[in-house]
Write a protein that binds this ligand. Structure first.
Ligand code: C5P
Length: 319
């Protein structure tokens, strides 16, 4: 409809601000071997990470000049996620802006798809997704290696959420080498409504090992790496390992029952995921994964169950 006398520009609806949506995966540690606490407050570790097809989705929308960062969150357990600068996605936007000299004016919207505070790197996936989304939104031109470096400053698991697939992590877990795998693995995750604090689990680990853990490195994971290369889920199930499991179980004894039930349901292997409290079971097939999930639900062993496949790609722009 025409409006005589109104200039054409005033009749046009303003274009929506530019926006980028990025998806980043959660992870499971197929193996997690932890050394003694170092002077920097971290434990050196050797871990085999696998990204799973449970994704966090972060949308970054350009905000007006000087608006700063804002954050909204939706999805399961969204109420447990901080909405301020303590949120890793928020910190990712600030870090990237600071590094590139860009004004950090962005609205971040997070859609949760990974259990919160569950040892599956959901918060780290948010940071990885926010980094990639803001990087694309602001067209920074940073190399992938620079983004990985920034990711490592945000948290030990953030670089892996950027990279995805399967990788061996050393250092704090942030120095990554991609690992070769074949085929698709079927996972079941049992999450708890109450998360576990990663530092608390590491401290319990220190107490239990009296500061002198037995871990002797990646040699222990030869069978695991072979299983991955062969795409052999039975061998992979038998090779799963988590040095933090005993610490997580001592803080949450009821998780032991979930692991036992997975065994009764013939899971190929079952472990606490990372620092927990999520438990992970490897299944033969999608049907088998659903059967394990049904047992956990029927016995009330976990608050929620999630079935998925792995490996999954790292953080990438979806629109
Ligand atoms: O790196 P991120 O911030 O995720 O680590 C959270 C906490 O977990 C650290 O402050 C530290 O207490 C513990 N941690 C550790 N050794 C690692 C990774 C994390 O002790 N390799």
């Amino acid at each position: 409809m025409s409006h005589p006398g109104t200039p054409p520009s005033a009749r046009l609806t303003a274009a929506p601000p530019p926006s980028v949506k990025v998806r980043a995966p959660g992870k499971v540690n197929l193996s997690l071997r932890v050394g003694p606490l170092a002077d920097d407050g971290y434990h050196p570790l050797v871990s085999v990470f696998q990204a799973v097809s449970l994704f966090e989705e972060v949308t970054a929308t350009q905000a007006r000049d000087g608006a700063g960062v804002s954050l909204t969150v939706e999805g399961p357990q969204a109420e447990a996620v901080p909405l301020d600068e303590s949120n890793l996605a928020w910190r990712a936007a600030l870090l990237l802006a600071d590094h590139t000299g860009i004004s950090p004016d962005v609205e971040l919207h997070v859609r949760k798809g990974v259990p919160v505070a569950g040892g599956m790197a959901g918060g780290s996936a948010d940071a990885a997704a926010a980094l990639v989304a803001c990087d694309a939104l602001w067209d920074t031109g940073l190399a992938r290696a620079e983004l990985l470096e920034l990711a490592g400053q945000l948290g030990s698991d953030v670089p892996f959420c950027l990279l995805g697939h399967t990788a061996i992590g050393t250092g704090r877990g942030h120095l990554l080498t991609p690992a070769m795998t074949r085929g698709e693995f079927h996972w079941v995750f049992g999450a708890s409504e109450t998360g576990l604090s990663t530092p608390a689990v590491f401290s319990r680990f220190d107490e239990l090992t009296s500061g002198a853990p037995a871990s002797n490195g990646l040699d222990d994971d030869t069978a695991l790496m072979q299983a991955l290369r062969a795409g052999d889920p039975t061998a992979l199930g038998a090779a799963l390992h988590n040095d933090l499991q005993e610490a997580a179980l001592s803080l949450r004894p009821e998780l032991a029952r979930a692991l036992e039930i997975a065994g009764e349901a013939n899971a190929l292997g079952a472990i606490v995921s990372g620092s927990g409290p999520t438990v992970a079971a490897l299944a033969r097939s999608r049907q088998h994964a659903l059967a394990v999930a049904a047992r956990w639900t029927a016995e009330g062993a976990t608050d929620s169950v999630w079935t998925t496949t792995a490996p999954a790609p790292g953080a990438r722009v979806v629109s």
